[in-house]
Design a protein around this ligand. Structure first.
Ligand code: MN3
Length: 201
């Protein structure tokens, strides 16, 4: 019995154009996200007791899982969770800016928004291979984190606030090898309302 389900995209496939194309969103959600989900559910079929945990709990504790599903939980559980967040972290309401408490926290931690944006983008650009660049809560402080493959910030005790997928499947059809350009355009579709809500939780 499949425990986890594919969340619906909270907007139309073409809603993030011209920054992220309909074609990418279709493949990314319907094929890539679906594959992470299917493989996560396969792991849970092998050891159903792991299906009694939330995905967050799985990602915090998979190190204690049996060896035959540990890697599946890390890679596919992480991929399932990261993409579920990623769709929510973007919005068709293009060109938003950080809202009140977010702006305040960013200024306090990084000096100003442009410095924050530059450092986040640099982290995303320099990440070697496939992975994610995150803004996380580390205790009560905002911090950057780069993770390889589908590793979740939850595994190292951080809370993901905002993240960008820099796997080639996230941008290759639109930007080919120009990752920096993809990152630059991606700022247009950041869902700052989502970030504000996460930070006031
Ligand atoms: Mn992806």
């Amino acid at each position: 019995m499949a425990k986890f389900e594919l969340p619906k995209l909270p907007y139309a496939y073409n809603a993030l154009e011209p920054f992220i194309s309909e074609k990418i969103m279709q493949l990314h959600h319907d094929k890539h996200h679906q594959a992470y989900l299917d493989n996560l559910n396969k792991a849970i079929d092998i050891h159903p007791e792991w299906g009694e945990k939330s995905i967050e709990e799985i990602l915090r504790t998979y190190d204690k899982a049996p060896d035959d599903i540990k890697g599946m939980l890390r890679n596919h559980g992480g991929g399932y969770y990261n993409h579920s967040l990623f769709w929510e972290m973007m919005s068709p309401a293009k060109g938003q800016s950080p809202l009140q408490s977010t702006a305040k926290m960013i200024d306090a931690q990084f000096g100003d928004f442009n410095t924050f944006k530059k450092q986040f983008s640099e982290g995303a650009t320099k990440l070697f291979g496939s992975g994610w660049q995150w803004l996380v809560l580390d205790g009560t402080k905002l911090a950057f984190q780069s993770t390889q493959n589908q590793e979740s910030p939850l595994t190292s005790g951080k809370i993901p606030i905002l993240g960008i997928d820099v796997w080639e499947h996230a941008y290759y059809l639109d930007y080919q090898n120009r990752r920096a350009e993809y990152i630059d355009k991606w700022w247009n579709v950041v869902n700052w309302e989502y970030v504000e809500k996460k930070l006031s939780m």
